[in-house]
Write a protein that binds this ligand. Structure first.
Ligand SMILES: [Mg+2]
Length: 385
């Protein structure tokens, strides 16, 4: 099988533009990948075109051929693997896996070494993309109703952002929110906290201590992005697991985290880390230092499908994030909904990715301008979100 064409399809999905990558083979097959990178849509579609020129005409006969082509693209790029290029590469690479799986009549997970389990537990990122209130101001009433919905849907774990951008460092409201959430969902449902890189290390430590005996599944991005020393310090003082890694690109970017044992759970995003090849390498390195993997997964249905194959193929998966309510027609643009059942994704059985874009439907939602939604404080200062 040879690659005959590579193109992007942009779909405006309310809070962001999804970027799907369509790769055609010379045998008439079509493979799909996702390269969504918020607020960099035109940069990524440009990168897909640039990288596509390296892929068209190439023969893809095995998993090893995809891995070799992945590495060749990185080497040819000369510069370090940036997030725009990595996202474009991921979109193309996932589509190649889809094509190879379809050609061989097996799901991608079989090409990644085979499934290590029959299903993977998902956790609900509360709000599922529909609630701005969950992102900006953690309103306890909204969090409770969203938690009710998640429990009704069968999730056994939920995640909430307990602090707002520009947080003062006072832990009282965040601790109250966690206590209310615990009272609402009971002991049988795990609670993870995403601090979204909004804290100074000292404030994250104070929050960890203030949470006291609360059971927390993990503390996500508790320090400023890139502050590995802060993670190490925090990990030595609080009793629950630390998770991080959604903004890192390429497996080498995880070097310091692995070397310094800076967290317990790594969270590569299959789209941004450079694709399934890169994500699998990150997972293997994490396993060697006793860390598990909870893939970051807030994007479209093709990204979710790719993350499910990864999660099933690795030994040390923790759980998989889901965000399902970002666009009301999310399930309509694909030929089979990519959704968990009773809080878990079952092993896909169809060849390749097990899902394809319905182009006629997807093209009803063309690109629209979306700018980063950072809040502004009373002094007019733009806050990290
Ligand atoms: Mg996060």
């Amino acid at each position: 099988m040879k690659i005959a064409g590579v193109e992007s399809l942009v779909v405006h999905a309310e809070s962001r533009n999804w970027i799907f990558v369509k790769v055609a083979s010379d045998k008439g097959l079509v493979g799909w990948g996702e390269a969504t990178l918020e607020w960099k849509t035109r940069a990524v579609t440009g990168a897909v075109a640039d990288l596509g020129a390296l892929v068209v005409g190439r023969a893809i006969a095995s998993a090893a051929a995809i891995e070799a082509l992945h590495d060749e693209i990185v080497v040819r790029g000369y510069y370090p693997l940036d997030v725009v290029t990595a996202s474009a590469l991921s979109g193309i690479e996932t589509a190649l896996w889809d094509l190879l799986g379809q050609t061989e009549g097996v799901p991608i997970v079989a090409l990644l070494g085979g499934a290590k389990r029959e299903s993977v537990a998902a956790y609900s990122n509360l709000g599922n993309g529909e609630s701005a209130a969950n992102t900006w101001t953690p309103d306890p009433a909204i969090v409770e109703s969203e938690a009710d919905a998640a429990v009704r849907a069968g999730f056994t774990s939920v995640k909430v952002k307990p602090i707002a951008p520009g947080w003062s460092g006072n832990p009282v409201a965040a601790v109250d929110l966690v206590k209310r959430l615990r009272a609402r969902v009971g002991r049988g449902v795990g609670i993870a906290l995403d601090l979204h890189g909004r804290c100074e290390t000292r404030d994250a430590i104070a929050l960890g201590h203030a949470l006291g005996a609360e059971e927390i599944v993990f503390f996500e991005e508790p320090c400023r992005p890139g502050d590995v020393a802060g993670l190490v310090e925090l990990r030595g003082t609080i009793p629950f697991p630390i998770a991080t890694g959604e903004r890192l690109t390429g497996d080498a970017a995880f070097d310091e985290i692995f070397r310094r044992r800076a967290c317990d759970i790594v969270q590569p995003d299959v789209v941004h880390c450079g694709g399934l090849v890169e994500a699998k390498r990150i997972a293997a390195r994490a396993a060697k230092v006793g860390m598990s993997v909870a893939p970051h997964n807030p994007l479209g249905p093709i990204a979710t499908a790719a993350a499910v194959h990864l999660a099933l193929a690795i030994e040390n998966v923790h759980s998989l994030e889901v965000r399902l309510a970002d666009a009301p027609w999310r399930d309509e643009i694909v030929d089979a909904p990519v959704r968990p059942t009773a809080g878990a994704f079952a092993k896909p059985t169809r060849p390749g990715l097990s899902v394809a874009i319905r182009e006629d439907v997807a093209r009803r939602f063309p690109f629209r301008e979306v700018t980063p939604p950072c809040p502004v404080d009373d002094a007019g200062r733009v806050l990290r979100w």
